[in-house]
Design a protein around this ligand. Sequence first.
Ligand SMILES: Cc1cc2nc3c(=O)[nH]c(=O)nc-3n(C[C@H](O)[C@H](O)[C@H](O)COP(=O)(O)O)c2cc1C
Length: 185
Amino acid sequence: MSDNKPLNIALIIGSLRKESINRAFAEYMVSQMPEHVTVTECQIDDLPLYNEDIDTDTAPESYTRIRNQVGEADALLIVSPEYNRSIPGGLKNAMDILSRPKDGSVLNNIKVAFVTASPGTYGGRSCGFDLRKIMLPFAAQVLLAPEVYLSHATDALGEDNKVSSERTQQYLQKFVDAFVEFVED
Ligand SMILES: Cc1cc2nc3c(=O)[nH]c(=O)nc-3n(C[C@H](O)[C@H](O)[C@H](O)COP(=O)(O)O)c2cc1C
């Protein structure tokens, strides 16, 4: 029996589409997590666009939901494409919501890691860089290595949209192992 303390990871997938390749990589990583790790996906496609006027005592329930999910987790994992060399709008909106209230943001000192994937040459790395940048004011603890920007990422998926490349599987396993160690540290 494992004596590891249970870990709770909040997962945000930056793509909203059903056949998302980023979702496929996220699902593979989740399947490779050790038994004592629970991953909870945070829904972002129903979050109203961030607006300070509605972020009051009667803020949308979905704002409270995602803040609680991330706030209660031991760490946050974000898996995302880049859109126009930056963070996709839906994900940026979620980060804006998580960034408030300013003094009590659940992003403060959070442990976080990023994985990006793209069918293109650069693997979505501009999104990864921009995510790192927006975490700076929160003194977040960002997993710096291994950096994972999956380029030509569709080549690693089979017809069933699951990760079929052994090389990519091994690479993602290294990331998963490093991430769990980082969260436990
Ligand atoms: C609005 C939009 C902007 C995009 N911009 C980029 C980009 O800057 N760099 C890139 O590598 N791919 C870009 N792409 C292509 C995405 O990487 C590709 O559609 C990818 O499959 C999206 O991830 P997903 O499969 O997880 O939804 C863009 C796609 C869309 C829809």
